[in-house]
Design a protein around this ligand. Structure first.
Ligand code: ADP
Ligand code: MN
Ligand code: MN
Ligand code: MN
Ligand code: MN
Length: 367
């Protein structure tokens, strides 16, 4: 008997086998179903809509600009928004020639919308191309039941204290692995460079990493990976939250640790380049904190408490193999004298375009 009751997602109760009969219907040659995906006016949520193409596109430039009747923000009237295709992925739901299309958003006058952080990120990435910067982002997130409670947690209490859950295995340690594994495979099929996945410290909390790749690609791919995560969890009737502190108290928050290297850092003696970059970062901690979450740093206040399990939002700190600092130099990097460093400050709900842009402005453009 299922423990599922009134609060359940209707999606979880639909028989998923029926769709398969239609999903395998053959299409005419050159007919492509395209799902346009974009970041909405919250700067956090994604939206999508589908259209039919009568050709097989090979570049985002082949794809039509589309429109969306505005981002609903409070009582503001609808403002038409243009969806500009920027990256194409293989569609793991419909397969074949069908595609997912990451878009950025523009106003009627052609200027980027408030939540389009990609345009300026791309400009900065282009300016820094000679340094060949690479990024790898660790996306932490939490599964919630349809009632908003973390998946698998007792409805009237808490699981046992943290300790056994990180990288855990077993029905009493991790919740939702099917979704994690479906997502991992779907990302790889789509063309997203997933580095790996693991269960996190808080039960129902997980992580996947994207990278290493260039700044604009890591951010495009991370947003599309977030879309796939929400979309796949939807099929299971499970909600994904990227909130940086879903459960108050001693429960771990969620981050988007951002690993960074330039060509010079990856070469012999690169540790000196890493130290120079960290020195630059130390001088503009507040500027970075303001763009490391979607609420000008106020979301991260709940997470970066400095109470013994994270760094403090108010201080800049560095350490080798130390995970309670703003910046960590991995032990292997310190031993090899080259590699990359990890900026642990970005929150799980950050906009990776903003994070990449800020880091490059500081370490490459010396702003
Ligand atoms: P952690 O030990 O902090 O949990 P993970 O194993 O979760 O680290 O993630 C490591 C991340 O580092 C991955 O996202 C990977 O893409 C990234 N990474 C590895 N090498 C480099 C590099 N040279 N430059 C930038 N990022 C890198
Ligand atoms: Mn309509
Ligand atoms: Mn990690
Ligand atoms: Mn982690
Ligand atoms: Mn990390």
């Amino acid at each position: 008997m299922s423990a599922k009751t009134l609060g359940d997602s209707p999606n979880a109760q639909i028989n998923k086998n029926i769709l398969g009969r239609y999903a395998t219907l053959p299409l005419q040659e050159n007919v492509v179903q395209a799902t346009y995906v974009w970041i909405d006016g919250t700067g956090m949520d994604l939206r999508c809509k589908d259209r039919t193409l009568d050709f097989i596109p090979t570049s985002p430039k082949d794809l039509p600009v589309w429109d969306f009747p505005g981002h609903f923000q409070g009582k503001t009237r609808n403002v038409e928004t243009y969806l500009q295709p920027v990256a194409i992925y293989k569609d793991p739901f419909r397969r074949s020639n069908n595609i997912l299309v990451m878009c950025d958003t523009y106003k009627l006058d052609g200027s980027p919308t408030q939540t389009n952080k990609r345009k300026s990120c791309l400009e900065v990435c282009n300016k820094c191309a000679d340094a060949e910067p690479w990024f790898g982002i660790e996306q932490e997130y939490t599964f919630l039941d349809f009632d908003g409670h973390p998946l698998g947690w007792p409805k009237n209490g808490y699981p046992g204290p943290q300790g056994p859950y990180n990288c855990g295995v077993g029905a009493n340690k991790v919740f939702g692995r099917d979704i994690v594994d479906a997502h991992y495979r779907a990302c790889l099929y789509a063309g997203i460079k997933v580095f790996g996945t693991n269960a996190e410290s808080m039960p129902a909390q997980w992580e996947f990493q994207v990278g290493p790749c260039t700044g604009i690609t890591v951010a495009d791919d991370l947003w599309m990976a977030r879309f796939l995560l929400h979309r796949i969890a939807e099929e299971f009737g499970i909600v994904v939250t990227l909130d940086p502190k879903p459960m108050p108290g001693d429960w771990s928050g969620a981050g988007a640790h951002t690993n960074v290297s330039t060509k010079a850092m990856r070469e012999d003696g690169g540790i000196h380049e890493i130290e120079k970059a960290i020195d630059k970062l130390s001088k503009c901690h507040e500027r970075h904190i303001r763009v490391y979450d979607p609420k000008q740093g106020t979301d991260n206040i709940r997470r970066l408490t400095g109470n013994g399990s994270t760094s403090s939002i108010n201080d800049f700190s560095v350490g080798v193999a130390d995970r309670y600092t703003s910046i960590r130099i991995p032990r292997s990097v310190n031993n090899n004298g080259k590699g990359y460093f990890e900026d642990r400050r970005p929150s799980s709900n950050c906009d990776p375009y903003s994070v990449v842009e800020a880091i490059l402005r500081t370490i490459c453009l010396n702003e």
